[in-house]
Design a protein around this ligand. Structure first.
Ligand code: GDP
Length: 458
């Protein structure tokens, strides 16, 4: 895994922009850049200095550039690194990259700069993965979470757990090797308490993974209710909000339509259904079927009820579709004379744990309470404010599950009063799984797979 060669790639996007950056990293980065750069002699340039000049290939000048020199180890990769900022044309950036290859650099693999940062010990694997998640973050909260991981909070947590395991493991091994000098009496009880504690902490981390899914993929939300209660008006109200970032995904009015919006930093994926009701109309029936399916897959159902007309069998039928589904009831049209009240709904249709919010799509009443309720229902704590670590990564999650499984094997062996040397194997497995999470014990295959998901030039 030695990093003896010098790599190059365009570090910015492939569309026209103000500037574009070509990045070089490796032992010959400065020498290679110097071959095409005219303006100053980079070979004597101190670290973190910027130089104005022109860049040329072997035949002609390509562009006017600014070249930044970072000397090892004070760079992203911990190697000598040079960044050439040129005018923001993908063509110019590519020509400069090709020139640098002709001067002796090699085109970088996707993610190879970050891989080098990892291999050279500047960042751990969770930090490397959070770099990737930060680049692709789709919401404000996801961005904040990646940044928190990038600062190493998950790493610190896992390192702490591993230390505690190693401490027990070392004592156990020592006692088994040298029973005369180490007293194992009382050790089992203490070990049991400690392992149960570690297991609880792992489970707490795992329980954040569901939050992580909502952060990265969004909360799949469906708006249901009989015709004319105000579902479309609600959707328009939500989407019309200035803070909502809207992307239309697919569909027609008869079908389901999905839009993505941000609510307090949390992405909501809202499916609009054509209205759930049985009808002879075949096209409508597809809509009804899809709505039923949508309810089944949804993380959240918003049930709209019209407060200005009496409850009907249709309301009941739709409400019954939602049993066991995370639901928020919007008692809409409260700007009109109410016939249906919250008390009436509680008595006849809606169970106590389901929130009922007075609402008016027309006047925009109740929107803020809706936002707060969604946040409360999906995130037990205020994720945007606290320092909770949220797992967003399937690989990390699997490593934790594996570690916890090994711990429960140890606890089972203890319960069955198996000999101590048997615990050591499973304890070691738990230690190894946690090591894999932070990249201390990973093979080349896994590394390649992780870094290949990166974009070019990162
Ligand atoms: P949908 O069939 O459930 O999608 O209902 P629509 O959104 O098309 O609304 C049906 C009718 O109710 C329209 O005329 C809306 O203007 C009206 N409406 C929707 N929400 C409200 C509300 O909160 N108050 C009042 N007064 N009218 C509303």
């Amino acid at each position: 895994m030695g990093t003896t060669d010098t790599i190059v790639a365009v570090a910015t996007g492939m569309s026209e922009s103000g500037i574009a950056v070509v990045r070089l990293s490796g032992p010959d980065a400065v020498a290679v850049a110097n071959m095409g750069f005219h303006g100053a002699d980079l070979s004597s340039a101190p670290t973190h200095t910027v130089h104005y000049g022109f860049f040329s290939d072997k035949e002609r000048t390509i562009d006017e550039v600014l070249t930044t020199v970072f000397r090892a180890p004070r760079s992203y990769t911990k190697e000598d690194t040079v960044e050439i900022s040129c005018h923001g044309s993908p063509l110019i950036a590519r020509q400069i990259t090709e020139a640098l290859i002709s001067y002796g650099a090699r085109l970088a693999e996707p993610g190879e700069f970050t891989k080098r940062a990892f291999l050279n010990g500047r960042i751990d694997l969770t930090e490397a993965e959070s770099v990737m998640e930060l680049i692709s973050a789709k919401s404000e909260l996801a961005r904040k979470n990646s940044l928190r991981q990038l600062r190493g909070s998950l790493y610190e947590k896992v390192v702490g757990l591993r230390k505690r395991l190693l401490h027990r493991l070392a004592f156990l091994e020592a006692a088994l090797d040298d029973p005369e000098h180490y007293e194992l009496g009382g050790f089992s009880a203490e070990l049991k308490t400690e392992l149960e504690q570690i297991s609880t902490e792992i489970k707490d981390l795992l329980s954040t993974a569901e939050n992580g899914r909502f952060l990265t993929e969004g909360i799949l939300t469906v708006i249901v209710g009989k015709p004319n209660v105000g579902k479309s008006s609600l959707l328009n109200l939500l989407l019309g909000e200035e803070r909502a970032i809207v992307t239309e995904i697919a569909g027609t009015t008869r079908d389901t339509l999905e839009e993505v919006m941000q609510l307090r930093g949390v992405p909501l994926r809202i499916m609009d259904t054509a209205g759930i009701r049985e009808t002879e109309d075949t096209v409508e029936k597809i809509g009804v079927k899809r709505a039923r399916d949508a309810v089944r897959d949804a993380d959240l159902a918003l049930l709209v009820i019209d407060a200005s007309v009496p409850l009907s069998a249709e309301d009941r039928e739709i409400a019954s579709l939602l049993s066991g589904k995370q639901t928020i009831v919007l008692l809409n049209k409260t700007d009109l004379t109410p016939i249906v009240t919250e008390e009436l709904l509680r008595e006849t249709l809606i169970s106590d744990e389901v929130p009922i919010l007075p609402f008016s799509s027309k006047e925009g009443i109740g929107l803020e309470r809706l936002e707060k309720t969604i946040e409360k229902v999906f995130f037990s704590k205020n994720v945007s404010m606290n320092d909770e670590i949220i797992l967003t990564n399937v690989r990390q999650k699997e490593a934790l599950i594996e570690a916890d499984r090994s711990l429960s094997l140890v606890l089972q062996s203890m319960k069955d009063q198996m000999p101590e040397d048997l615990y050591a194997v499973d304890l070691m497995d738990a230690y190894t799984s946690l090591g894999q999470l932070i990249g201390e014990e990973v093979g080349e295959d896994l590394l390649n797979e992780i870094f290949s998901k990166f974009c070019m030039g990162k």
